[in-house]
Design a protein around this ligand. Structure first.
Ligand SMILES: Cc1cc2nc3c(=O)[nH]c(=O)nc-3n(C[C@H](O)[C@H](O)[C@H](O)COP(=O)(O)OP(=O)(O)OC[C@H]3O[C@@H](n4cnc5c(N)ncnc54)[C@H](O)[C@@H]3O)c2cc1C
Ligand code: FES
Length: 230
């Protein structure tokens, strides 16, 4: 495990074995790292048999974890905005954590409802200020989407955007950034099979042809993804 904590960069994920509950390992983004302690944190939502099995793990159990997988984000540009939607919030926390010394970035978090906004306090600690929040049902922050909040920001200050979340959110962000002529970097949490580049079960259309989210990604330049063919 300590190898993962030493090597991982934000946007990368690990493949977690479910102890036989599912045929395939489950990809989960790294949410935080303590490099001194040699530990890393995962934050996940229980949706089916794999994540249910992971949630039943007990302290001290042997767990199969493969990683770090994928390419990850590079360094973030000054003044950037980080956007996390739903289960896309955890990797953005790792990105914020790694770059907190390079102050000057803002954070927008969104989800269906307030309970699904994870890591809000942790982001506040990193930023020294609360992140902007949007919820579909209006139970926290802005009643609407992360893209609404990004639109408000872009009216005065279009900045590079780093984002992870649902495809519809990422596609809208990439389009806003294209129109404003600023870069976007999107972390795609596509359905995966093997998670290690063999099965081609995770390919997406890009300007370079079909590419594997688990190997060439999960982070892509927003302008490289052919969103209309997704
Ligand atoms: C690179 C990557 C990073 C991820 N990081 C995280 C994370 O940090 N935290 C987290 O909670 N989840 C994350 N996920 C999603 C997580 O892997 C899936 O939710 C998990 O595989 C579901 O497995 P399951 O066996 O519990 O459910 P399944 O039985 O496989 O699925 C249950 C339901 O969830 C849907 N579903 C499954 N996978 C996805 C997906 N990738 N996108 C949308 N819907 C899906 C299925 O259609 C089904 O309706 C990530 C996925 C990828 C590819
Ligand atoms: S999940 Fe098998 S190649 Fe990406």
């Amino acid at each position: 495990m300590s190898g993962i904590a030493e090597q991982a960069c934000p946007g990368q994920f690990v493949e977690v074995g479910t102890g036989g509950a599912t045929l395939l390992n489950k990809p989960i983004s790294i949410a935080a790292i303590d490099r001194t302690a040699g530990t890393f944190s995962l934050v996940y939502k229980v949706v089916g048999s794999g994540t249910h099995a992971i949630a039943s793990f007990k302290p001290g159990m042997d767990v199969k974890v493969l990683g770090p997988c994928g390419n990850g984000f590079g360094t973030i540009e000054s003044g950037a905005c980080l956007v996390g939607g739903g289960i896309g919030i955890p990797p953005m926390h790792f990105l914020a954590q790694e770059h907190q010394a390079a102050a000057g970035f803002s954070v927008i978090l969104g989800a269906g409802t307030a309970d699904d906004i994870v890591l809000k306090e942790e982001f506040t600690q990193v930023l020294g200020a609360e992140p902007y929040i949007a919820t579909d049902d209006g139970t926290a922050g802005h009643h609407g989407t992360t893209v609404d909040l990004l639109d408000s920001l872009f009216k005065t200050d279009p900045v590079p955007v780093y984002a992870c979340g649902p495809v519809a959110m990422l596609s809208s962000i990439a389009e806003r950034c294209r129109q404003a002529d600023v870069p976007s970097y999107v972390c795609l949490e596509a359905y995966m099979g093997c998670g290690i580049g063999i099965c081609v079960g995770c390919v997406i259309p890009t300007v370079r042809g079909m590419e594997r989210v688990c190997a060439e990604g999960p982070v892509f330049s927003g302008s490289d993804v052919l969103w209309s063919e997704f």
